[in-house]
Ligand binder design. Structure first.
Ligand code: G
Ligand code: G
Ligand code: NA
Ligand code: MN
Length: 252
């Protein structure tokens, strides 16, 4: 309860930070964008993982102001990078609550206007659980399309959606969950699964990204399977915005 009260104060005052993890092109090694990840430091100095406080935010409704803070902060950052001559597209994680909120598309549209950010520099990441209701999913995805922002499907393979669901969702990018990437260079079954996901994504006109790439061996495998993009500790941990310029490129 004490944690909840402190989270409420943090939400009211925007006392969070965003860190950014590069998304890398597998063919060129170039950074094609970044994923924004929220961080919260308590008054005591203790860091609380979003895996711990985002569920509390969802239960209490605090996800609405926190989610809006993330979007606004990311949009301002993207605009700043654009003006500095180092444009980077930013992907923001959304909770199912935000996807289902009827006012959400209006909030994004307002933030794009207020920050004067061209929409191609903003992307949202949603999970399969946010796409359970076909009507809500379609309204959300066509709304994003109309706004000109891209949509990625996060943690693919861990949810309940069947592959046939994927054919009905006009997504830009499928992110393969890191639990599969982890075993791709050592387990034939994981490799077969990842190969299938990449082929299906491509047949549906979507790009594919492997999450959680930690070794050159994993990178070599996903490269051989034609994966478009990669993300993970091999390239960079999530870092504060000012540290992004100093990341050395690993050899691809
Ligand atoms: O950054 P880290 O690996 O600790 O993230 C843990 C979990 O919290 C991940 O599932 C990640 O998607 C989620 N997360 C991180 N930042 C945000 C955010 O801004 N909004 C939402 N909804 N989830 C986030
Ligand atoms: O659910 P989502 O995919 O948004 O989760 C992002 C989380 O994954 C972040 O907390 C981030 O720190 C973590 N992460 C990013 N790259 C790697 C990696 O290479 N290995 C591991 N173990 N975690 C990673
Ligand atoms: Na994500
Ligand atoms: Mn993910």
């Amino acid at each position: 309860l004490e944690l909840e009260q402190e989270l409420r104060e943090a939400a009211e005052n925007g006392l969070f930070q965003l860190v950014y993890q590069p998304k890398v092109s597998v063919s060129s090694g170039e950074t094609v964008g970044v994923e924004a990840l929220i961080r919260w430091t308590r008054r005591s100095g203790e860091q609380v993982s979003p895996a711990e406080f985002i569920p509390i935010a969802e239960e209490t409704g605090l996800i609405v102001p926190i989610g809006e803070w993330c979007l606004r902060t990311a949009a301002r950052q993207a605009k700043g990078w654009l003006e500095a001559g180092t444009p980077r597209k930013i992907a923001v994680n959304l909770s199912p609550h935000q996807v289902m909120n009827e006012r959400f598309l209006g909030i994004i549209s307002g933030i794009l206007e207020e920050t004067d950010l061209p929409p191609q520099y903003l992307e949202v990441e949603i999970t399969e659980s946010a796409m359970m209701d076909a009507e809500i999913a379609n309204r959300f995805l066509s709304g994003c399309r109309a706004l000109g922002i891209e949509v990625s499907l996060d943690d693919f393979g861990t949810g309940y959606s069947s592959l046939s669901r994927l054919t009905k969702l006009p997504l830009n990018l499928v992110k393969i969950d890191r639990s599969f990437t982890q075993h791709v260079s050592t387990q034939e079954k994981a490799r077969a699964l990842v190969r299938s996901i990449i082929d299906i994504a491509h047949n549906l006109g979507m790009r594919c990204l492997a999450e959680g790439v930690e070794t050159q061996e994993q990178l070599a495998v996903i490269q051989s399977l034609g994966c478009d993009e990669a993300q993970g500790f091999l390239f960079s941990h999530p870092v504060p915005p000012d540290a992004l310029g100093q990341i050395p490129a690993p050899s691809i």
